[in-house]
Design a protein around this ligand. Structure first.
Ligand code: BG6
Length: 469
């Protein structure tokens, strides 16, 4: 009973949210580099060029590029078994369309991966996490089938270069974000549904080709899909609310359906037909999708939604979707995200029932403002949030028999928020001295949650109690 012995405890980050060094060692500009800082009430701007008087939080981020040794040492001190991070495509192929990779870009990840392995930390690599080389804009980014070839060259370069050192891969972070924030997901600035569905189609083909290539290069590779965990309850047992909820879930679930089953579900094909959208299918694509299904399903889990007959189907925002309903039975974070630990057990069962594939929770955590008191950060609220989620995950494993490979909490070290560009929305067990305007020493400070998570990992999830120091 309890967590399996080889359970992958750890944390997850994304290159553009931590590395900084945005033009160093030959790196090209990426879609993330064009996003200014925002706030819960101020949308981030996407500028065509870097404007000198604007603040772009990813440019320096938390300077992990220069401080990765200190950061990995802290993860190792917590006992991490696994570290999920992304490789910046624009470090390896600065414009996206080169034929030869940038050696200095690969060298950075050589050092990072070797350091993880020396510390007994299994690397879990996201090949594309909200970061596309800006050089791909001239092709129309993912709207153009050519980008599939560029992505494949990039993915094959990684599989070959890191063969034997990296086993766990994710092809795209939160692939369903193409429907909600297409710029983040694929450098798409249009809100047009046909454009988004074309881009998503190309990402499915790219992912399937990468799965096939990754298996051919090293049969030991385990390549997964990553779903932005939108899970929704019907507003009531009224049949119209049930249907409204199902309609919403279909808008999200067709992504994992394609990647796990290898074909578009009928409900999606019918919807596309009604919308007069024709997918850019080429001969042989059906076989590619079928042969390139994933080995496991990973997902982020922050909240649940409520949908019903009044849910319009308009999707807004990364995770804070406006569905027209609020759940009165759960609390909300300071950023308005509904906190629902029990929903995690539901989500794990929901996904396993649907796909019968091993699961991994690759993002979960509480974005909250922290205060330093006498040099310490007492983040009992974060401990409480994660403790409750781990308890529910344990129930899914113990009581329901769901196979869960691992749990990597989001942002084990404070990092730049993807949705708002803020630093003050902190997720970390490790505090970083940096504010929303880029001021601060970037010094790392352990929070109370650091000590607690270390104990959780040391006891393989058996002791979740926080013993105040
Ligand atoms: C996920 C993304 O959607 O949520 C991360 O994969 C992101 O990149 C995380 O940071 C939390 O969202 P936010 O907006 O609080 O940073």
């Amino acid at each position: 009973m309890g967590f399996p012995d080889n359970f992958l405890w750890g944390g997850a980050t994304a290159a553009n949210q931590i590395e900084g060094a945005y033009l160093e060692d030959g790196k090209g500009l990426s879609t993330a580099d064009m996003m200014t800082a925002g706030s819960p009430t101020l949308k981030r701007d996407i500028t065509a060029v870097i404007e000198p008087d604007r603040y772009y939080p990813t440019h320096e981020a938390i300077d992990h590029y220069h401080r990765f040794e200190e950061d990995i040492a802290l993860f190792a001190e917590m006992g991490f078994k696994c570290y999920r991070f992304s490789i910046a495509w624009s470090r390896i192929f600065p414009q996206g369309d080169e034929t030869e990779p940038n050696a200095k870009g690969l060298a950075f990840y050589d050092k990072l991966i070797d350091l993880c392995l020396e510390n007994g930390i299994e690397p879990l690599v996201t090949i594309s996490h909200f970061e596309n080389p800006i050089g791909l804009q001239k092709y129309g980014s993912w709207e153009n089938r050519k980008v599939v070839d560029f992505y494949l060259r990039y993915a094959e370069t990684l599989f070959e270069h890191f063969r034997g050192r990296v086993t766990y891969w994710l092809t795209f972070n939160e692939i369903n974000v193409m429907s909600t924030m297409p710029w983040n997901a694929g450098g798409i600035s249009s809100a047009d549904e046909a454009v988004k569905m074309t881009a998503a189609y190309h990402q499915f083909i790219a992912s399937a080709l990468a799965v096939k290539a990754g298996r051919a290069i090293d049969p030991k590779n385990k390549i997964g899909m990553m779903y932005a965990g939108h899970f929704s309850y019907p507003n009531s047992c009224h049949p119209d609310d049930i249907q409204g909820n199902e309609d919403f879930m279909h808008k999200m679930m067709f992504y994992p359906d394609v990647q796990c089953r290898g074909y578009y579900p009928n409900y999606k094909l019918k919807e596309l037909e009604r919308q007069n959208i024709t997918l850019p299918v080429l001969p042989g694509d059906a076989e590619i999708l079928k042969e390139g299904t994933v080995d496991f399903v990973s997902f982020s889990y922050y909240m649940t939604h409520v949908c019903g007959k009044n849910t319009t189907g308009i999707l807004r925002g990364l995770n804070g979707l406006e569905t027209g309903y609020k759940n009165p039975h759960i609390e909300r974070s300071a950023w308005g995200w509904g906190i629902d630990p029990k929903g995690l057990r539901y989500a794990l069962n929901y996904l396993y029932d649907r796909y019968q594939l091993p699961l991994m929770i690759v993002e979960n955590g509480l974005g909250a403002a922290d205060t330093i008191v006498d040099g310490k950060i007492h983040d009992d609220y974060r401990i409480d949030y994660i403790r409750q989620h781990i308890s529910e995950m344990k129930k899914a494993i113990d009581l329901d028999g769901v196979p869960v490979l691992g749990y990597t909490s989001w942002g084990p070290i404070d990092l730049i928020s993807a949705s708002t560009g803020e630093m003050s929305k902190r997720y970390g067990f490790i505090y970083v001295d940096l504010d929303d305007e880029g001021n601060g020493t970037k010094q790392r400070i352990k929070k109370d949650s650091f000590v607690w998570y270390k104990q959780v990992i040391a006891t393989n999830g058996e002791d979740l109690d926080w013993k105040e120091a």
